[in-house]
Design a protein around this ligand. Structure first.
Ligand SMILES: [Zn+2]
Length: 71
């Protein structure tokens, strides 16, 4: 394997945790959240966004965030 390249990763978190930057990039473990200016994706018929994408500012991984219900 060669040098690590910026890639893609999926992440599941709650909307609340994400808004408080408690989610972490699965690649470099940097905290990510609303302050990273995510693109929020609203699914038709839902009030809250269900998906978001953002680029980790440390490792440049493109993250796809899926918002899950709090347990
Ligand atoms: Zn990262």
């Amino acid at each position: 394997m060669g040098r690590k390249r910026a890639g893609f990763a999926d992440l599941q978190t709650t909307r609340l945790a994400f808004s408080q930057n408690e989610a972490r990039c699965p690649t470099c473990h940097r905290r990510v959240g609303d302050s990273d200016e995510p693109k929020l994706i609203h699914t038709f018929g839902t009030a809250e966004p269900t998906l978001a994408t953002l680029t980790c500012q440390r490792c440049r991984t493109t993250l796809t965030i899926r918002f899950v219900e709090p347990e």
